[in-house]
Design a protein around this ligand. Structure first.
Ligand code: AMP
Length: 617
């Protein structure tokens, strides 16, 4: 295992003495980039808007031009269909993961009914959350470059403590696509604690209360010898300042009897009223009363009334805190520090109630919107080698993964993961009755395994015959402290197991590793395109296979017209799949799925009906 750092422009391994690595808080509502300037972490300003916070919003206009941040925010009201917000909620998620919350988004999420990662349809083009997040990161990168007057190529990015592997990997990929070498992904509560300097002292237990625009997280952390451990997390992915705004809008609608008023029926009028409510809320953080003329009406609210409106939401956050303490096997008395994060902790009532619950004053001296990015900047400064007294643990210098369908690299252990490490992931077969599965292990950052370095392979033989998708094959990568990696594959239904041992750093020099890394960043855009095309093809083949099976089984349920239309749509999807336009393939998948969904429901109803008649179990 190596500790190394490279200069992306020269490919050299030498450390430039005043290198700047930025820290990025890629948030649901707002994002922010920060760096350490002469030992002090500072947030970067957007050169155009002079604000540090960049709304995590992307807008696509009719000419295909993209705007990000404050500019895109304006389009929320005027062009909601093509304005993408809250993309962080979609990171590493499939449509099936999001089914229950689909209605929450103003834009269109592609419903392919599968476990594949979601795509968003904007003006007939399909974007992944990774591509959308990369646009936000690019904008942050260019703000930092403008302020610092130099190229920025390395970053530390924060994610919520509860993010799983897929979500963390998606965040890394977004960084790479934005032209950034992501040195570390760190947890947001860890970053916030670092910003308050809580990493330095002896063992401590900290509660990080993070109430943003749309999400609430409470994390209980323990710090020992400079190492942060997340003891528990809790929260609510749909609870935050947006709820305060909504409660105020509802209060006004009922107080001023607006529900029948024609002026307040459209999506954009309601959006404008929501923005007025947000303005009122922000003013009430420092005033006792708000009033403003809006579309011919006088809108008013007092601080006391506002506090009554939001009290139920605060109680919900406190209940989450109680649960997090229980899960961490801690009591209120064990918590030494409470750190406030997120724009909604500016509401004095929130701070007061949280302080009351924990029985101590909360840490709120830093800007709650900046605290995570400032902490990320401190971590980045440590990685840049500017804080000599901090020990860096050994890490994996390149990502490790396996080959999946179509020659794609599926990273299991990302680069810069601390060792020892153990990560597992489940796979399945792609062909009915498949008996053998090849596990080919690769090292590198590129999306196609052909561009990475092969470390070894083995075949898991004798999988009992099952339909495609049914076997559960768990692949584990285990790296010990000496850097020896064991790769194990186990079919869970039969217990069949096989393994190999590899030393990933054997036979590769640091220069070669640096070149591999540079290549991955240079080729991120084209690699992403190839990956998206291959994934769309894989998905198309999977859907064509299921629909062929469905038609063969349920022909009696389909009219002649339906059969003919389905065949036609299948043929169109096959033609699209033979081509190289991923948007055409996705569009054809969408059309076929939409057309056949009612038939699938009919078939399901029939099965249920038969079961109820007792004919079939
Ligand atoms: P975040 O997701 O952490 O960026 O937090 C954004 C949320 O903080 C939004 O709901 C904002 O309306 C809210 N917010 C920002 N400033 C204030 C303020 N001064 N008072 C109350 N809420 C605020």
């Amino acid at each position: 295992m190596a500790k190394f750092s490279i200069d992306l422009k020269t490919g050299s391994l030498a450390q430039s003495p005043n290198e700047i690595i930025v820290g990025i808080d890629l948030g649901t509502t707002n994002s922010l980039v920060a760096y350490v300037n002469e030992g002090v972490p500072v947030a970067v300003r957007d050169q155009k808007n002079k604000l540090t916070l960049v709304p995590s919003i992307v807008h696509f206009d009719e000419h295909g031009d993209v705007s990000v941040g404050q500019e895109a925010h304006k389009s929320l009201v005027s062009d909601p269909d093509n304005t993408i917000y809250s993309v962080k909620r979609l990171m590493g998620k499939s449509y099936n993961d999001l089914k229950s919350v689909d209605g929450h988004f103003g834009y269109q999420i592609l419903d392919d009914g599968t476990e594949n990662l979601v795509k968003i349809n904007v003006r007939g083009k399909f974007y992944t959350p990774i591509e959308l997040s990369a646009l936000i990161l690019k904008s942050l990168k260019s703000n930092a470059e403008a302020e610092l007057e130099r190229t920025i190529s390395k970053a530390v990015i924060t994610v919520p403590a509860y993010f799983n592997d897929a979500q963390r990997q998606a965040t890394r990929d977004a960084g790479k696509l934005a032209g950034l070498d992501v040195l570390r992904i760190i947890n947001e509560p860890t970053a916030a604690s670092l910003a308050y300097g809580l990493g330095a002292a002896d063992a401590q237990t900290i509660a990080v209360y993070d109430l943003g625009g749309g999400t609430f997280d409470i994390s209980i952390l323990q710090i020992q010898d400079g190492i942060f451990e997340v003891l528990s997390t809790n929260g609510d992915t749909f609870l935050g300042g947006d709820d305060f705004d909504r409660a105020l809008v509802e209060h006004w609608i009922s107080t001023y009897d607006l529900s029948e008023n024609p002026e307040y029926q459209s999506k954009s009028a309601l959006q404008a009223l929501r923005l007025l409510a947000e303005k009122a809320k922000k003013q009430l953080s420092s005033n006792d009363f708000f009033e403003e003329q809006f579309q011919g009406n006088l809108f008013q609210v007092s601080k006391a009334d506002f506090e009554n409106l939001i009290a139920p939401f605060i109680i919900r956050t406190i209940n989450c805190c109680k649960q997090a303490l229980t899960d961490a096997k801690m009591t209120i008395a064990d918590i030494q520090h409470i750190v406030m994060v997120g724009g909604s902790t500016r509401v004095p009532f929130v701070k007061m109630k949280v302080g009351e619950f924990f029985g101590k004053p909360v840490h709120d001296s830093l800007d709650p919107d900046e605290v995570v990015a400032l902490g990320a900047a401190i971590q980045a400064d440590v990685l840049a080698g500017n804080q000599k007294d901090v020990l860096l643990l050994d890490i994996t210098p390149l990502s490790l993964g396996i080959e999946t369908v179509g020659g794609l690299m599926d990273t299991i252990i990302p680069r810069n993961t601390k060792v020892p490490a153990k990560v597992g992931r489940q796979y399945t077969t792609s062909v009915d009755g498949q008996k053998n599965l090849k596990i080919a292990v690769y090292q590198g950052e590129r999306d196609l395994v052909e561009h990475n370095r092969k470390l070894g392979e083995f075949i898991l033989r004798g999988i009992p015959p099952m339909p495609a998708g049914l076997p559960k094959i768990e692949v584990h990568f285990i790296i010990n402290a000496d850097g020896i990696m064991k790769v194990k594959a186990k079919e869970l239904r039969s217990g069949l197991e096989q393994a190999i041992e590899i030393k990933p750093t054997y036979g590769i020099s640091e220069e070669e590793m640096a070149i591999m890394l540079l290549d991955s960043i240079k080729n991120a855009q084209s690699d992403m395109g190839v990956r998206a095309l291959l994934e769309a093809r894989n998905e198309a083949n999977h859907i064509l296979h299921s629909i062929e099976k469905f038609v063969a089984q349920h022909q009696d349920l389909l009219s002649e017209q339906e059969l003919a239309d389905t065949l036609q749509l299948q043929a169109e999807l096959k033609t699209a799949t033979a081509g190289t336009d991923k948007d055409k393939i996705n569009q054809a998948i969408h059309s076929l799925n939409e057309y056949t969904a009612p038939m699938a429901h009919r078939a399901m109803d029939k099965v249920v009906l038969e079961a109820m008649k007792g004919q079939k179990v």
